[in-house]
Ligand binder design. Structure first.
Ligand code: PGA
Length: 239
């Protein structure tokens, strides 16, 4: 049997409540070969959990780097988990670059997700300067090792390879470049390691990326926010 693919929709801060409602009214894709994971804004978590259908799960876009406590404006892993959120995106490059998340904070978040009932989706990837210097694989392996902090990847974790320069830019690495990173990660952490690609994924490139780079799916931002566009990506991924 073919392995299940993950299509992860990172809705960032794109939607208001009406758009979230419309998505769930219109999205009818359901295929057991594809686990659709929706990551809405934290404020829409309960709505998404209530509306999700079969073969669909909900993710947070981030979690706090501490357990419950005096952290104004943050949401703890435990709070998401008790709402029925099954996955947690951790270390997205926007969190790293815009909100100053360090490797140390990301390691704490990964640990807190792991001890909750959530499956972490750990984002890693090189900048354009690091790519130009031929450091893509080294950066990815360093970021994963820092996040794990001596822990293991194991079954209950997904790695998302997202080159910083490919996010929202319309540019993607070649499939050979993605495969090089995917193979290096599996070489270091085991052939069963679940790894998806993210950065300017669309219905036009998703099949080639998944089939040629051998990854387990895709993390999609901009192209994931409408039912029509996410359906097209899911269909193209399994064509
Ligand atoms: P994009 O974003 O698909 O809009 O490039 C991907 C991401 O940031 O996860």
């Amino acid at each position: 049997m073919k392995k299940q693919l993950f299509i992860i929709a990172n809705w960032k801060m794109y939607q208001n409540e009406q758009a979230v409602e419309s998505f769930f009214e219109e999205f009818a894709y359901n295929n057991e070969a594809v686990q659709v994971i929706i990551a809405p804004s934290a404020i829409h978590t309960s709505l998404a959990v209530a509306k999700k259908t079969e073969n669909m799960a909900i993710s947070s876009q981030n979690i706090a780097s501490e357990e419950l406590g005096a952290l104004t404006g943050e949401v703890a892993a435990e709070q998401f988990a008790e709402q029925g959120v099954d996955f947690a995106i951790i270390g997205h490059s926007e969190r790293r670059s815009l909100f100053g998340e360090t490797d140390e904070m990301i390691a704490k978040k990964l640990y807190l997700a792991k001890i909750s009932t959530m499956t972490p989706i750990l984002c890693v990837g090189e900048t354009s300067e690091e790519k130009a210097a031929g450091q893509s694989v080294a950066v990815v392996l360093r970021q994963i090792a820092a996040a794990l902090n001596g822990g293991v990847v194991g079954e209950n974790m997904i790695i998302a390879y997202e080159p910083v320069w490919a996010i929202g830019s319309g540019a993607t690495p070649t499939t050979a470049e993605i495969k090089m990173v995917v193979d290096a990660v599996r070489g270091a952490y085991g052939v069963e390691t679940r790894i998806v690609y993210g950065g300017s994924v669309s219905a036009d490139n998703v099949y080639t990326i998944i089939s040629e780079a051998g990854c387990d799916g895709a993390l999609v931002g901009k192209a994931s926010t409408t039912a029509e566009s996410l359906t097209a990506i899911c269909q193209a991924a399994t064509r």
